[in-house]
Structures are given as structure tokens and as C-alpha cells.
Write a protein that binds this ligand. Structure first.
Ligand code: GRG
Length: 303
């Protein structure tokens, strides 16, 4: 990625990592102590993995876009990252996408075992909710706002979000649901948590209904762009670049944008979705330059 936007995106990601990673490290220690033995170790292993932290950066970007200034927003980013971490642990299980590498390391079920990784994944859902509740208290927000935020986070993980999308994704293996079906899978499997990240940042910053709507439109298109870019990377990058097994989509006969449109067509679609996402921010009055830069990064990234 070239141009001034690259620096803005990297600054937002750096700031998000700075606010989120120490919290994730503390959570890893706490869960290891609470659950002990193998389960505690598996939970800590999952939490200690190093991702790009795009979702915490979206939380932070949306929060700052509506004028939020409190570093305790890092706790909201951590809550979203914990949900994302749980989804990766389960996604890699043999009954799902069956992968042995993630974020440059063996997957949780390979290091421990399938029952332990399955339990650890489910337990991370409650860790995420506890983390969110603490962050909301630190931010001085009301229980009413906590209720709204918990609803947004849990809905993104449920039947209309990750679980529903993953289910459709598994069912579509070896078939072609067409672009409309694929869009629905991607929007739920990946897009829902990206929308939740922006929505949580906005709610934490006490955004107006209008601001929430603009950020949700941005996030909806960006969430799809993110998964289309992921499809392209799976087909074009190496396992070392990705930190997981490249070419897995083709091996599993997954339904992807690359399968539907080819690599070049999928690249163009990711760009178009990203451009549509950032266009929602035009004239909104939001302080959204870092979010725009992050959107460009999301389709230009190499891992
Ligand atoms: C019970 C059916 C059922 C499902 C459980 C596992 C699951 C819920 C949902 C899968 C959601 C999932 C893993 C979607 C893929 C999202 C995606 C593109 C992940 C990669 O995100 P990056 O690139 O990864 O941000 P890092 O490692 O950088 O955080």
C-alpha cells in the first residue's frame, strides 16, 4: 500500500494494539489461573495469539470518529477481539475448516485436543461479555448502554451473524450459491462482527442515531470487502504470509468470490465495495480519516 493513507491506517492499528494487547495479555493470565491445567493453558494460548487487530482498530476508529477520547475504549476492542479469537479456534476445528495453522502457529486443537479447544472457544464468549462489561464501567457508560452494546456483540456472534454465516458456508461447500447467496454468507460470517466493531465504537462514543447509521453503512460494505479480500489472499498469498494454510478454500471446494469471479474479478469487487464503504462517510461530518485509511488497508493488505 502506498500514499499518505498507509501511515494513517498503521497509526490506528498501532494505537489499537497498544490499547488492546495488554488487556488480552492480562485476560490470558486470569483465565489460565481461573481454569488451571490444560483448559486454562488452551484458553491462554488462544488469547496470546497475534492477529492484525483490525476489529479493535475499527472500534477505536469509530469511537474517535464520533469524538471519543477515553483510552478505556481498548477494553471494548479487547471484547470484540476475544469473540474473533473464539471464532478462529472453532473455525479451525476438524468439523469446520479443519486447519492446523493459524496466526503462524499450530491451531489450539492441534496443541491441545479437539474437546479442549471446543470448550475453550465457548468459554471465550463469556470472557468477551465480562470484558465488555468492565470496559463499559471504565468508560462511565450507563447500564442501558451496556445492554445495547452486549446485544450488538452477541447478535453478531449468533444465528444472524457468525454462527449462521458459518453454517451456510459449510453447507455451500462443493456448490455454487451464486453471488447473492455468497454475499449473504460473507455478510453474516465475517461482516457481522465488523459491523459490530464499528457499532460498539459508536455506541461507546455516544453517537447520534444519524452517526450510527452512517457508520453501519460503512461497516456493512467494508465487512464484505474484507471477506472478498480474504478470498483473494487465500488464492494468491503463501502460507507463510497468511500464517495459515493457503489455498484452503479451493481444497475444501469453498464457495468464494474467487470461485465466482476469478482473482482479478474478486480484486475489483473488493475495491468497489471498499470505495462504496468510504463514500458513506462523505459529508457525514465524522472525523473519519483513520477509518478511511483502514478501509484502504483492508483491501490492500498482504496477510
Ligand atoms: C457453530 C456453525 C458454528 C459456527 C461457530 C466458527 C464460527 C462460529 C464462525 C466462523 C467465523 C469466521 C472465522 C470467519 C472468518 C473471518 C475471517 C476472514 C478471519 C480472518 O480475520 P483476520 O484476517 O485475522 O482479521 P487475524 O488473525 O489478523 O485476526
Amino acid at each position: 500500500m502506498t500514499g499518505p493513507a498507509a501511515g494513517d491506517a498503521e497509526r490506528l492499528l498501532e494505537e489499537a494494539r497498544g490499547l488492546t494487547d495488554p488487556r488480552l495479555a492480562r485476560l490470558a493470565e486470569a483465565v489460565a489461573a481461573e481454569h488451571g491445567d490444560v483448559l486454562g493453558a488452551a484458553l491462554a494460548y488462544a488469547l496470546r495469539s497475534e492477529g492484525k487487530r483490525v476489529r479493535p482498530a475499527l472500534v477505536l476508529g469509530a469511537y474517535q470518529a464520533v469524538g471519543g477520547l477515553n483510552p478505556a475504549i481498548g477494553g471494548v476492542g479487547a471484547a470484540v477481539e476475544v469473540v474473533h479469537t473464539y471464532s478462529l479456534v472453532h473455525d479451525d476445528l476438524p468439523c469446520m475448516d479443519d486447519d492446523d495453522q493459524r496466526r503462524g502457529r499450530p491451531t489450539t486443537h492441534v496443541v491441545y485436543d479437539v474437546p479442549t479447544a471446543t470448550r475453550a472457544g465457548w468459554l471465550l464468549v463469556s470472557v468477551a461479555v465480562e470484558t465488555l462489561a468492565e470496559a463499559v464501567e471504565d468508560l462511565g457508560l450507563t447500564p442501558g448502554i451496556l445492554g445495547q452494546m452486549a446485544g450488538v456483540l452477541l447478535e453478531a456472534g449468533g444465528a444472524r451473524g457468525m454462527v449462521g454465516g458459518q453454517w451456510l458456508d459449510l453447507e455451500a461447500e462443493g456448490r455454487s450459491p451464486g453471488l447473492t447467496g455468497l454475499r449473504a454468507i460473507h455478510a453474516a460470517k465475517t461482516g457481522a462482527l465488523i459491523r459490530a466493531a464499528c457499532g460498539l465504537g459508536a455506541l461507546a462514543g455516544r453517537a447520534s442515531a444519524e452517526q450510527i447509521m452512517v457508520l453501519d453503512r460503512f461497516a456493512s460494505d467494508l465487512g464484505l470487502a474484507f471477506q472478498v479480500a480474504d478470498d483473494v489472499l487465500d488464492a494468491t498469498a503463501t502460507s507463510v504470509q497468511l500464517g495459515k494454510t493457503a489455498g484452503r478454500d479451493a481444497a475444501l471446494a469453498k464457495s468464494t468470490y474467487v470461485a465466482e469471479l476469478g482473482v482479478d474479478g474478486a480484486r475489483r469487487e473488493a475495491e468497489a465495495l471498499m470505495e462504496r464503504a468510504v463514500a458513506h462517510l462523505d459529508g457525514s461530518g465524522l472525523a473519519a480519516a483513520p477509518l478511511r485509511a483502514l478501509a484502504h488497508y483492508i483491501v490492500a493488505r498482504r496477510s
